[in-house]
Design a protein around this ligand. Structure first.
Ligand SMILES: *[C@@H]1O[C@H](CO)[C@@H](O)[C@H](O)[C@H]1NC(C)=O
Ligand SMILES: *[C@@H]1O[C@H](CO)[C@@H](O)[C@H](O)[C@H]1NC(C)=O
Ligand SMILES: *[C@@H]1O[C@H](CO)[C@@H](O)[C@H](O)[C@H]1NC(C)=O
Ligand SMILES: *[C@@H]1O[C@H](CO)[C@@H](O)[C@H](O)[C@H]1NC(C)=O
Length: 705
C-alpha cells in the first residue's frame, strides 16, 4: 500500500491537518509537525489518487486540483511554483503523512504475483517491460540471481558473496612468481595481466552446453574485494573468458582469495528456491518462489528508469541559507534502487545524492532493498543529520560522505546488511570529513567486509585541531556480525589515511586523522582467512584515540595501529578468543620494505585471552626508533598452556623477560574479574585487580543489540 506523503515548504512554520494517530511513532511525528506549524505552503502527494498535473495543494482531489501522484512529479511541480531559482528546493520538508505505515517510494517495476505462470513444477515466469537488474525482490525479500553453487538456504536477506563456492583450477597465464600453487607467496606480485581475462575451470564446474553463457557473471574473490567478470565465452580446454578485464588479476592474493568464485545468472542454474533469471531480450522474468508466495506477494525489479536516478536531487543552495531545517525527509520508506551495473570502487549511484547542501536531515526513514549506495553526501555539505533511520539490504554503502563534509551527525540509526552485492571493500558507513563528524549510538550488523570505514582521505597535520579535540567522534556504536566469512583484512571500525602516508619516503606530518573511537561494542567478526579485526588504523594513519571499548569474539587483532604516530589504545576491555595477535603494530608492509617511525601507546587495557595460541604481537610486527609504550595492562589466560605463558609477549618472550626489557612494568597478570564473561558483560567487579592500576570500569550493555 502506498501511503500519502505530505510535502511542506517551510516558509515560516507549518500548519497541517492531522489525521488518525494510531502508533506512537505517528504521534511523535504529528507533534513534531505541530511544533513546526503556523503558516507554510503545503503540498500533498497521493500515489493512488494523485495527478502530477495538479498543483498538490489539496490532500484529496477537489475542484479540478488535488495531490501530486509521484515523488519526482511533486518535486518538479513545487519547483515550478517557486519564484527564485536558487530557492526552488530550499526550506522543503517532506514528511510521511501521519498514519501507522510509512509511504513507500519505490524505484522498481512492479509485477503482480498473480501475473506469473508456472513453467514445470518449480519455475514461474512473467513478462515485464524494462531493463534487467541484479536487484529483484519478492515482497521485501531479495531474490538471488540463479547461481552455482546454490546457497545453503535462501533467507531473503542473503549476501551475494556468501558461500559455498567453486574453485579455480588454474590460471590462464601462470608464471614462476604468480601461479595457482601460490609459489609467489602470500601476495603474488607481477601476475601476468592475461589473468584479468579469465581462468581455467575444473571439468564439470562450468557446462559448455549452457544455452547462453553470455548472460552470466563470475564473482571472483580476491583478498579484500570481490568483483564480477562478465562471461564472454566458454571454450575448449575448460577456459572461461571475460568480456572485459577484471580490475585485479586472478592469483594476486592466493591465500585470502582461496581461488573462490561463484557463477551468477545462467538459466540452467535456475534450480533453487529464491533464485531468479532475467531475460532482457525476451522481457521475461523467471523465478523459483517459496510455495504459494506469489499468491499474495508482488515482485519488484529495481529499474534504472525511475525517479531514483532522476532524484539525484542536486539540492543546490545559495550559501546564504541559514535556517536549520531547510530540507528534511521524515517518515518515508525508500526501496528498490538500481546499481546502473556499476562494478567498481565508485560511490555512485545513490538513492539520495546530496551536493553542496546545508541543513539536510533524514529522520525516521527506511532505506531497504537498495541496489548500491543509500545516501551520498557529495562535495561540500554542511550540517547534515541522519538519525533514527534504518538501512537494510544495501548493495554497497548505506551512507557515504566526502572529505569536505562538515558538521555531519549520524546517530541512532540501524544498519543491517551492507555490501550485499558490490564487494569493493564495502561497509555500512564510509565516512570522510573535514570538521565535526559525529557517529554515535548506531547499531551496525551484517556487512560482507567492514562495519565502518572512516577517513581514507587526505588527512591533516598534527595541529589541525588543538590537543584533545577531534575531527571524527565515533562513540557508543554497536558493530557486530561483520565479515561474514566472505572477505579478509578489515575491521569493525577501519580507519585509514591516504597512499602518501605509506612507502619508504612517506612524510607522516600530514597523516593525522584526529579520530576518537570510544565506548563502542565491537564483536562477532568473521573473516574468510584473516583479519576480522576490532579497530584498525591502516596506512600509518595517526592521531587516533581508541578508548573504553568492549572488543570481543573477533577474528583478528582487537586493535591494530599499522604504523602511525600519536596513536593511543587506552582502557579497552578485550576478550580474545582466536589464535594470533591481540595488538597489531608496525611492519614493513606499510613502508614498502622500510619500517616507518611509529609512536604508539597501549595502556590500561584488560586483555583476557581464551585461545591458547593467542599472542600479544605477531612475530613480524616490529618497530624502529621508539618501541610502543605498553604499560598498566592486565593480562589473563584462561588456558593453562605453558607455551603461551612463555611466549605471549613480543619477540616470543615471557612476562618476566618482557618486563626485563622495561615494558609493562606496572602491568599485572591475573584475573581481571569481569562481571559476567559468559554474557559478555565486561564491567569490572569491585574486587578486580585492574582497578588497582587505574583501569576504569564502564557499562556498555545498553548500547548493543
Ligand atoms: C554437451 O552436449 C553434447 C551434445 O549433446 C554432448 O555430447 C556432451 O556430452 C555435452 N557435454 C557436457 C559436459 O554435458
Ligand atoms: C568460444 O568457444 C568455442 C568453443 O570452444 C570456440 O569454438 C569459439 O571460437 C569461441 N569463440 C570466441 C569468440 O572466442
Ligand atoms: C612534510 O610535510 C610538511 C607539511 O606538508 C612540510 O611542512 C614538510 O616540509 C615536509 N617534510 C619533508 C621532509 O618533506
Ligand atoms: C557472538 O559469538 C558468540 C561466540 O561465538 C556467540 O555465542 C554469540 O551468539 C554471537 N553473537 C551474535 C550477536 O551473533
Amino acid at each position: 500500500m502506498y501511503r500519502k506523503i505530505c510535502i511542506g515548504v517551510l516558509l515560516a512554520f507549518i500548519r497541517l491537518l492531522l489525521v488518525d494517530a494510531s502508533s506512537q511513532e505517528s504521534r511523535i511525528l504529528q507533534n513534531r509537525i505541530l511544533q513546526l506549524s503556523r503558516s507554510a505552503d503545503f503540498f500533498y502527494l497521493d500515489a493512488e489518487n494523485g495527478n502530477d498535473k495538479w498543483n498538490g495543494k489539496r490532500p484529496t482531489p477537489e475542484e479540478g486540483t488535488g495531490p501530486f501522484k509521484t515523488f519526482i512529479g511533486a518535486i518538479d511541480g513545487i519547483r515550478a511554483q517557486r519564484a527564485f531559482p536558487n530557492e526552488k528546493d530550499s526550506k522543503l520538508s517532506i514528511v510521511g503523512y501521519p498514519g501507522d505505515k510509512r509511504p513507500v517510494i519505490s524505484g522498481a517495476v512492479k509485477i503482480s504475483g498473480k501475473n506469473f505462470t508456472p513453467l514445470g513444477d518449480k519455475i514461474f515466469f512473467a513478462p515485464f517491460k524494462g531493463k534487467c537488474s541484479k536487484h529483484v525482490f519478492l515482497g521485501k525479500k531479495r531474490l538471488i540471481r540463479a547461481r552455482k553453487p546454490n546457497l545453503k538456504k535462501w533467507t531473503g536477506s542473503d549476501m551475494t558473496g556468501e558461500g559455498p563456492y567453486l574453485t579455480i583450477k588454474d590460471l590462464l597465464h601462470p608464471t614462476s612468481d604468480c601461479d595457482r600453487q601460490a609459489s609467489g607467496g602470500y601476495r603474488q606480485k607481477n601476475c601476468h595481466p592475461n589473468n584479468k581475462m579469465g581462468f581455467i575451470f575444473e571439468q564439470g564446474d562450468i557446462d559448455p552446453n549452457w544455452s547462453n553463457p553470455k548472460t552470466g557473471d563470475i564473482v571472483i574473490f580476491q583478498g579484500w574485494t570481490a568483483e564480477r567478470g562478465h562471461i564472454k565465452n566458454v571454450s575448449a580446454g575448460n577456459i572461461l573468458e571475460f568480456t572485459k578485464p577484471l580490475r585485479f588479476p586472478i592469483g594476486e592474493h592466493p591465500k585470502s582469495s582461496g581461488f573462490r568464485y561463484i557463477v551468477e545468472h545462467i538459466f540452467e542454474e535456475l534450480d533453487a528456491t529464491g533464485e531468479f533469471f532475467c531475460d532482457e531480450e525476451a522481457q521475461i522474468l523467471y523465478l523459483i518462489p517459496p510455495e504459494d508466495a506469489l499468491l499474495d506477494k508482488d515482485v519488484f525489479i529495481a529499474s534504472e528508469d525511475t525517479f531514483f536516478i532522476r532524484l539525484q536531487l542536486k539540492l543546490l543552495f545559495s550559501t546564504k541559507v541559514t535556517d536549520t531545517k531547510d530540507i528534511q525527509f521524515e517518515g518515508l520508506e525508500f526501496r528498490h534502487s538500481h546499481d546502473r551495473n556499476v562494478n567498481s570502487y565508485s560511490r555512485k549511484p545513490s538513492v539520495f545524492h546530496v551536493e553542496q547542501t546545508r541543513h539536510f536531515s533524514v529522520k525516521r526513514c527506511l532505506f531497504s532493498n537498495i541496489g548500491y549506495t543509500g545516501i551520498l553526501i557529495y562535495k561540500s555539505c554542511n550540517y547534515i543529520q541522519i538519525h533514527k533511520s534504518k538501512f537494510s539490504d544495501v548493495g554497497y554503502f548505506a551512507i557515504d560522505s566526502s572529505a569536505q563534509t562538515k558538521n555531519l551527525f549520524i546517530f541512532k540509526n540501524t544498519f543491517e546488511g551492507c555490501g550485499v552485492t558490490n564487494m569493493f571493500q564495502p561497509s555500512c558507513l564510509h565516512i570522510r570529513g573535514a570538521e565535526n563528524i559525529k557517529i554515535s549510538g548506531n547499531k551496525i550488523s551484517r556487512s560482507s567486509y567492514a562495519g565502518m570505514r572512516i577517513g581514507w582521505q587526505s588527512t591533516f597535520t598534527k595541529d589541525y585541531v588543538s590537543e584533545g579535540r577531534y575531527v571524527f567522534h565515533v562513540v557508543r556504536n554497536d558493530v557486530s556480525n561483520y565479515g561474514m566469512g566472505i572477505l579478509s583484512d578489515f575491521a569493525g571500525i577501519y580507519l585509514a589515511s591516504h597512499p602518501g602516508c605509506s612507502g619508504p619516503k612517506a612524510n607522516l606530518s600530514n597523516c593525522h586523522l584526529h579520530a576518537r573511537v570510544a565506548f563502542n561494542t565491537i564483536h562477532n567478526a568473521s573473516a574468510y582467512r584473516y583479519g576480522g579485526m576490532g579497530i584498525y588504523g591502516d596506512t600509518a594513519v595517526s592521531s587516533l584515540t581508541v578508548e573504553n571499548n568492549w572488543l570481543y569474539d573477533l577474528d583478528g587483532a582487537a586493535v591494530n595501529f599499522h604504523c602511525g604516530q600519536n596513536n593511543v589504545a587506552l582502557n579497552n576491555m578485550i576478550y580474545h578468543v582466536k589464535n594470533g595477535r591481540v595488538f597489531g603494530t608496525c611492519n614493513a608492509i606499510v613502508g614498502k620494505g622500510v619500517l616507518l617511525k611509529q609512536d604508539l601507546t597501549f595502556k590500561k587495557n584488560v586483555i583476557y585471552v581464551t585461545h591458547r595460541n593467542g599472542r600479544l604481537w605477531r612475530p613480524f610486527d616490529a618497530w624502529r626508533f621508539d618501541a610502543p609504550a605498553v604499560d598498566n595492562n592486565v593480562y589473563y589466560f584462561s588456558s593453562d598452556d605453558l607455551r603461551q605463558k612463555k611466549q605471549f609477549f613480543p619477540k616470543t618472550k615471557s612476562f618476566g623477560a618482557w618486563q626485563r626489557n622495561l615494558n609493562d612494568l606496572k602491568s599485572i597478570v591475573g584475573d581481571p574479574k569481569f562481571m559476567d564473561t559468559k554474557n559478555r558483560d565486561f564491567r569490572l567487579k569491585s574486587s578486580s585487580v585492574a582497578r588497582n592500576i587505574g583501569i576504569k570500569s564502564f557499562d556498555l550493555r545498553k548500547y548493543r543489540t
